[in-house]
Design a protein around this ligand. Structure first.
Ligand code: F6R
Length: 243
């Protein structure tokens, strides 16, 4: 793992955006695995700025998102499809037909998982997978558990995740309790991984991910097994690291 510690969230966002922009410059038809949530908002803003300044061209880029809430359509303002449109896709020259997010309304969960993984295979796999990390160490919605799932699957969200994500909803009762999530296999198959984490509430998960033993109880720790991972954290998220 290559670790970069930044002063603050702004610097983190700029560094992460540079790495993504570099990937696109090297491979204009790159397949990017993307994440939602608070962590990538700043870096998406940077990418939009770079695009408007003529520095990044998304016309040949394909994106594959990590997850989607079960029961929400792409038009729902809290859906991850909607988030991606609002925070990135609507502001750059990407072809929306080349942007993939699991279908939160799929009736057959197993079929949806198979379909999504087959699509990623068909695209030749992800060149760069962007990840955030949950306060509890989850990556995508692979929550801490005795066992983890390889492929895209339907999963129950933990109480902790529901609580953490309730900040985006009018009430905690509105937060979906299940999501489709790329599995650990889909994440680990990415050629390169970029994980970002900001803020003190992530410090424990960041420490476990980087310095702890590899355990399904902290899914981020499995990234220690990947050959090309860059972790960018700000000082607050790095505060429990020993070195
Ligand atoms: C989002 C995702 C989640 C988030 C994680 C951190 O697509 O897969 O694993 O990355 O929950 O969320 P934030 O960035 O909101 O702290």
């Amino acid at each position: 793992m290559r670790l970069i510690i930044t002063k603050n969230y702004d610097e983190l966002s700029k560094k992460a955006a540079e790495i993504i922009a570099e990937t696109i410059k090297e491979k204009p038809n790159a397949v990017l695995g993307l994440a939602t949530g608070s962590s990538p908002v700043g870096l998406y803003k940077e990418l939009i700025k770079m695009h408007k300044d003529g520095e990044v061209d998304f016309s040949k880029v394909t994106t594959v998102n990590l997850d989607e809430y079960v029961g929400l359509s792409g038009e729902h303002p809290q859906s991850y499809r909607y988030f991606m449109n609002e925070n990135l896709f609507n502001h750059v020259n990407i072809d929306k037909n080349n942007t993939y997010v699991p279908n939160g309304l799929a009736e057959d969960a197993e079929e949806e998982g198979r379909r999504y993984d087959a699509k990623i295979e068909e695209l030749g796999g992800t060149d760069l997978q962007l990840l955030g990390i949950g306060n509890n160490g989850h990556i995508a919605f692979n929550e801490p558990a005795e066992e983890l799932v390889f492929g895209t699957h339907l999963t129950d969200l933990t109480e902790e995740t529901i609580k953490a994500n309730s900040r985006f909803f009018a009430s905690i009762k509105d937060v979906p309790t299940q999501a489709f999530s790329m599995g650990i296999g889909g994440i680990m198959k990415a050629k390169k991984i970029l994980l970002i984490a900001s803020g003190e509430e992530k410090a424990e998960a960041v420490k476990g991910m980087i310095e702890g033993n590899i355990t399904t109880k902290l899914p981020g720790s499995l990234l220690q097994l990947h050959h090309d991972v860059i972790v960018i954290v700000d000082e607050a998220a790095a505060k429990l690291l020993s070195k």
